[in-house]
Design a protein around this ligand. Structure first.
Ligand SMILES: Cc1cc2nc3c(=O)[nH]c(=O)nc-3n(C[C@H](O)[C@H](O)[C@H](O)COP(=O)(O)O)c2cc1C
Length: 426
């Protein structure tokens, strides 16, 4: 199953003391150990939202979001990398007004972070993409709809001025690729984001254990977890039927004949190469972005074929375990193509200070994944709004404390790396 941290295997540790929780706040520890009632207003950070989501979701679904590939090393490293970089503030700079806005691939965003495209959102909360879209609209940022999204492009674009971004996988059937692109164009999508790190599915061992797949083919243990979360089951059963509207005309998933695993294995084209993508860029004839670029060589090629942006990303550690963290790799990419193309980053971002560090290295904006998915699962639209609000407040506070009034005042001179500093000063 596409799109779980060893040592943090929640499926095995429900209700049992884990080191992670001991290290976190006393309050969270109380919830975890004593099982007190936890509500949205008790959530102040990523870990709180994650804990509330864990309580609300059947564990196969929680583990689908929380998990990553193999030993989940890259997943852990994505966040840990930010902690090896220290901020160096300047003071007495008159910071009563702070402007967080940025321009990314021609779109003005009011905040320098956006919601990365993620699959299956209505499985996490019955409002799914609609909840995220409402929250994104409120914060004036960018929303990426996944081609494995559970609300249709047309549904969203008739109610919102987005999705600005449509995330797409490359299929063997070139006719299908063209039909999907044409549909996105007709729905008013501005930026096409081709995910290039998922040519085959990552090895998500938590999903193998629970049997999580679409359509569901759960193990007995996995099924029992659904019985333990009747509220989720009632909401799922009493709202509109689960669909994958971007794909249903092309893939018989609802009939139970093709699973998402089969979709990745059989329908995506492992022979995809730079020539194919260059043709697609030409056909799209608007802003085109590659998601999952990690090497400077590939970043240069993206420039050569006319892309407007790239996302330095390892898919949240869900594909190639052992891959370098996005933040560790950012400077090299920015130094290579940062003056020619918009470089974005996602992976492991949990705090406003993480956003600030990535922007200081040279990212134009930062994508959130689990940092909005856990809030969605925890509480729907109010959950995502609270998470984005906290992220904005943290980023703005950190800007003030750093002595910066606008994003362009951030630079590598604000940073000190404990090991191997990135060479050039932006
Ligand atoms: C549950 C889940 C589903 C995802 N689905 C997709 C997807 O359909 N397409 C895609 O390009 N990336 C997908 N991603 C990857 C995200 O877009 C993003 O790269 C990643 O979540 C960033 O890491 P973070 O979760 O640590 O912030 C998914 C990630 C998660 C956690």
């Amino acid at each position: 199953m596409q799109d779980l941290p060893r040592g943090q295997d929640i499926s095995k540790t429900h209700g049992i003391i884990t080191p992670i929780r001991v290290c976190s706040s006393f309050r969270r520890a109380r919830y975890a150990f004593i099982g007190g009632h936890m509500r949205l207003k008790d959530c102040f950070n990523f870990h709180d939202f994650r804990e509330l989501a864990r309580r609300r979701l059947p564990s196969p679904i929680f583990n689908y979001i929380d998990g990553a590939a193999d030993d989940e090393t890259t997943y852990r490293r994505n966040t840990a990398a930010f902690e090896e970089c220290d901020l160096l503030p300047n003071v007495l700079r008159g910071v009563e007004q702070v402007d967080l806005s940025v321009i990314v691939m021609g779109q003005k965003l009011q905040v320098p972070f956006y919601c990365s495209p993620t699959a299956l959102q209505r499985l996490f909360h019955h409002q799914g993409e609609r909840a995220v879209a409402h929250a994104v609209q409120k914060f004036g940022t960018m929303f990426g709809l996944s081609s494995l999204g559970t609300v249709s492009l047309e549904d969203l674009s008739s109610s919102f001025s987005f999705p600005q971004v449509y995330q797409f996988y490359f299929h063997k059937d070139r006719g299908l690729n063209k039909a999907m692109l044409d549909r996105a164009k007709a729905a008013g999508v501005r930026i096409l984001m081709l995910t290039v790190d998922s040519i085959t599915g990552g090895n998500r061992e938590r999903d193998l254990r629970t049997g999580f797949s679409i359509p569901f083919s759960l193990t007995l243990q996995g099924m029992a977890q659904f019985v333990l979360k009747p509220k989720w089951a009632i909401e799922y059963a009493t709202h509109e039927k689960f669909r994958l509207p971007q794909l249903e005309q092309h893939v018989a998933m609802s009939g139970g004949t093709t699973s998402i695993g089969d979709y990745f294995t059989n329908m995506l084209d492992p022979s995809m190469n730079w020539r194919d993508v260059a043709e697609m860029v030409k056909h799209w004839d608007d802003k085109f972005c590659l998601k999952g670029i990690m090497s400077p060589e590939d970043a240069k090629k993206a420039v050569d074929i006319g892309c407007a942006g790239i996302v330095v990303s390892n898919h949240g550690g869900r594909q190639l375990d052992g891959s370098r963290s996005s933040f560790d790799q950012l400077a090299e990419i920015v130094d290579t193509v940062g003056d020619k193309i918009d470089v974005l980053l996602d992976g492991g971002v949990q705090r406003g200070t993480h956003v600030l560090k990535a922007l200081s290295v040279g990212a134009k904006a930062v994508g959130l994944g689990r940092a909005y998915l856990f809030p969605l699962a925890a509480a729907g639209q109010p959950g995502v709004e609270r998470a984005l609000g906290l992220m904005r407040a943290e980023t703005e506070r950190a800007m003030r404390l750093m002595g910066c009034r606008s994003i362009d005042q951030l630079s590598r001179s604000n940073l000190r790396f404990r090991n191997s500093p990135p060479s050039r000063t932006r």
